[in-house]
Design a protein around this ligand. Structure first.
Ligand code: NA7
Length: 552
């Protein structure tokens, strides 16, 4: 007889209603929502020693969120909103962790979170209709629903450089930074990677280290963040305007608190364009791209914006050889995640900063004293910093060793690329929900927005199951195939899928299938689609009652 109860009184050792993996933005809200709105027995586990998810680990120099602080927060509770005051336009990693601690404490979540708890594998027990989750150390937990809140960018991508094991210095990946920090004083540092992370860390390392060599594989655009402390009036405005801020975030494509202007780049003269972009440059932030609707839709429109940004690099960087390497960018602006910076290009004007163009002279191997390039040139180093990104979206899920019905594994099912319905479920894995999974708008958005939407949708779905007396929900292969086509259509309608070396496509990880993973159809549109699915009785999903489950 399968265990079919949901939210009945639980004795110790009885299965949980839901097990949540992760105690970051997703996990904390999911725990609160299921426990405090539905009254379910829920546990969240996290391998970290604190809450915060990705921000628990990302403590590298200059680590700061690129979303503006007032939008990088939960919006579901006015009390939570008003009880917190951000100090800067963009929060740094420490401030985000303090915010997450504040949330965990205010909502009294800690009694239902187990930290330093690593999930080793998750197996669906079909007969019992339960997920059996094995923890490191061998302990077994059981739960009706398994919900992953493991983040999209939490599995480090560390280049497989020959000789790394023999390096006499220390090396670090930015996503697993030592809590005690790294002392760069007097040290020769090499930084590999010039994505959003490397662009944040390089100026800070340059200011502390004796010498910094930046190893660039792909030149990148960047615009100034223009970070600054928030003035008291701005803080008061934020506190009193949750509804207005949220309504903008909910209406926009990417969940940021600004609207993209309905103007084409083709509608303005060169002089007008320069004036608009100079103003946007001075204003700072991801909003730089908001002046035009066709930045990511039209190659020639994009090229005009890209031209402005390349000119900026050439004007900022005084050494023409460095400027050329930095400004030789081979992809459209915002075709990869556009970084924002605090003095990145300016750092190359320092005497202690060098730049190596890996396309011209790749790393041949790491040697005990540093790095040897293909040309034979050796660069002596005491510290190597890998700002080399992540096995994005699929990596953290595959690492959980998930097995669904009939012994199918997620790793095998996704061998040719991820397949999901709405980024939320995978056929053959009943009662498994993946918050910001592949196929969700996720990384194309200001993350708390899709996270809140997913959590609320999953909560509504589980409440619906309870009302229906159902204990099992699983998407269908047909729904998944149709969603896969929609994800591809949405990406192909933009320039995003035309950047061959983008991590959105999995191209940064050797051997990873090239499939565009996030949903580029826009968060507002996605929200509408999810609401329609729910309104139609969870179209694309099969719901099962205990009798049906027992009979299977
Ligand atoms: P990203 O954006 O994936 O950037 C990683 C950088 O590291 C990028 O410049 C890569 O070059 C470079 N890289 C990766 N592997 C190698 C090897 N093997 N050799 C040389 N260079 C390499 O990661 P970030 O951490 O910067 O940002 C991740 C997200 O976090 C960001 O988008 C925000 O959403 C927050 P490539 O471009 O692949 O040629």
């Amino acid at each position: 007889m399968p265990d079919t109860s949901l939210s009945s009184p639980h004795a110790a050792g009885e299965p949980l209603d839901a097990l949540i993996i992760g105690a970051g933005f997703s996990g904390l809200y999911m725990l609160h929502s299921l426990r405090d709105r539905l009254g379910l027995k829920v546990l969240a586990v996290d391998r970290a020693a604190g809450v915060g998810g990705t921000w628990y680990w990302n403590r590298y120099p200059g680590a700061r969120c690129d979303s503006e602080s007032h939008s990088y927060a939960y919006t579901f509770s006015e009390e939570l909103w008003k009880g917190w005051s951000w100090t800067q336009r963009y929060p740094d990693h420490g401030e985000i962790r303090r915010y997450m601690d504040y949330v965990a404490d205010t909502l009294d979540l800690r009694p239902d979170i187990r930290l330093e708890t690593t999930v080793e594998r998750c197996d669906f027990d079909d007969a019992a209709n339960l997920w059996r989750v094995t923890l490191k150390g061998g302990e077994l937990l059981s739960a009706r629903f398994l919900i992953t809140g493991v983040g999209c960018l939490s599995t480090a991508n560390i280049p497989n450089l020959p000789g790394l094991a023999d390096f006499a210095g220390a090396w670090y990946h930015t996503g697993a930074w030592p809590h005690a920090g790294v002392d760069f004083a007097g040290k020769r540092v090499g930084q590999v990677g010039t994505g959003s992370t490397g662009i944040q860390s390089a100026p800070v390392i340059a200011a502390e280290a004796k010498h910094l060599t930046v190893f660039q594989r792909t030149a990148n655009y960047s615009t100034p963040a223009q970070n600054a402390p928030l003035a008291p009036e701005r803080k008061a405005w934020i506190r009193d305007n949750l509804d207005a801020i949220r309504s903008v975030m909910l209406a926009t494509t990417n969940g940021h608190p600004f609207t993209v202007t309905d103007r084409s780049l083709h509608d303005v003269t060169d002089a007008e364009l320069t004036e608009i972009l100079e103003r946007a440059w001075d204003f700072g932030g991801l909003q730089f791209r908001a002046g035009f609707r066709d930045v990511l839709l039209d190659e020639s429109a994009n090229a005009r914006m890209a031209g402005f940004l390349k000119d900026k690099i050439r004007r900022i960087v005084r050494d023409p050889a460095k400027a050329e390497i930095l400004a030789t960018i081979d992809h459209p602006y915002a075709g990869k995640r556009p970084p924002i910076d605090s003095g990145y290009f300016e750092a190359f004007n320092r005497d202690n900063v060098d730049l190596v163009d890996l396309r011209a002279d790749p790393i041949e191997r790491v040697v005990p004293s540093g790095v040897r390039l293909k040309s034979g040139r050796e660069i002596p180093l005491d510290i190597l910093v890998f700002a080399t990104g992540y096995d994005a979206l699929t990596g953290p899920l595959i690492k959980l060793n998930i097995t669904g019905t009939g012994g199918r594994t997620l790793a095998k099912e996704w061998e040719a690329g991820p397949r999901t319905y709405l980024g939320l479920q995978v056929a053959g894995f009943p009662n498994l929900f993946t918050i910001t999974g592949p196929g969700s708008p996720s990384v194309l958005c200001n993350m708390p927005v899709p996270i809140e939407q997913h959590v609320e949708w999953i909560t509504g779905c589980i409440a619906h199951l309870r009302e229906q007396g159902a204990t099992r929900i699983e998407t269908t292969p047909a729904a998944m195939e149709a969603w896969g086509r929609e994800v591809k259509r949405a990406a192909d309608a933009t320039l995003l899928s035309r950047v061959p070396h983008s991590w959105y496509l999995g191209a940064n990880v050797p051997g990873k299938p090239r499939v565009f993973m996030p949903y580029a159809g826009g968060m507002a549109h996605y929200r509408k689609l999810c609401a329609e699915v729910a309104a139609k009785g969870y179209e694309g999903f099969v719901l099962a009652r205990p009798a049906a489950v027992a009979a299977e």
